[in-house]
Design a protein around this ligand. Structure first.
Ligand code: 5RP
Length: 234
């Protein structure tokens, strides 16, 4: 099975959790895109749900698919969010933000009674960090924030790691839906994600980071041989 077929299989599994009347958070990325696609087919067949997208890209896809959208201002509590991940470990700790939507993804996940991750098995890791950790920063005072980020990371045992401001193919800074920049941090191995999370959030110019800790309740991970479920209800 191709990676894409695995992503779709994980998305199809998560669709079984959706019930009529639910308030849903819709994730961002190629795996979440499968979920939105499958959900749109259910909506076309009569399923009534209302959804909050985690990015403008997902908003456009959902609108095109005829899915009814709402906002967290109108609907501050959601039943279920389904989203992809760049990495997950067996404690359901995640790295997200490869698609640049981590801030809205985290706000939406935190507003949900349940967050479920869908992924192919290439995302499952023993230790988080091989995927560069995205840190979303305010462009104001960028150099000062970058300096503070280096100092903070050194204090957490990550001295001299490569920090790269994310760019678009034309070389301009990648700008998130919220108007911020992203610094990708090549940490390789994050042994203590909780301590790192706390430290990063102390930096005033850091808006959010891609460690999702204590948010995901269940994951559907599609493998070559079938679907693995990770989580309390597995
Ligand atoms: C976007 C994300 C995505 O969920 C993550 O990058 C996984 O994407 P994909 O399903 O395309 O591998 O966090 O900000």
């Amino acid at each position: 099975m191709s990676h894409d077929a695995r992503k779709r299989a994980a998305a199809a599994a998560a669709l079984t959790l959706v019930e009529p009347g639910m308030r849903l958070g819709l994730g961002t990325g190629s795996t979440a895109r499968h979920f939105v696609d499958l959900l749109a087919a259910r909506v076309a067949a009569g399923l009534a749900v209302i959804c909050v997208p985690t990015s403008e890209a997902t908003r456009a896809q959902a609108e095109a698919g005829g899915i009814t959208l709402t906002t967290l201002d109108e609907t501050p509590e959601l039943d279920l969010t389904v989203d992809g991940a760049d990495e997950l470990d067996d404690e359901l700790r995640l790295i997200k933000g490869g698609g640049g939507a981590l801030l809205r993804e985290k706000i939406v996940a935190a507003a949900s009674r349940r967050m479920v991750v869908i992924a192919d098995d290439s995302k499952l890791v023993d230790c988080l960090g091989r995927f560069p950790l995205p840190v979303e920063v305010n462009p104001f005072g960028y150099r000062a924030t970058l300096h503070a980020l280096k100092q903070t990371l050194a204090g957490q045992g990550f001295d001299g790691v490569a920090l790269t401001r994310r760019q678009k193919p034309d070389g301009a800074a990648f700008v998130t839906d919220g108007g911020h920049w992203i610094v990708d941090c090549a940490l390789q191995r994050i042994a203590a994600p909780e301590a790192l999370s706390r430290a990063l959030l102390q930096i005033p110019g850091v808006v959010e980071h891609g460690l999702f800790l204590g948010l995901c309740r269940k994951a559907y991970v599609a493998t070559e041989t079938g679907l693995a479920e990770i989580g309390p209800n597995a």
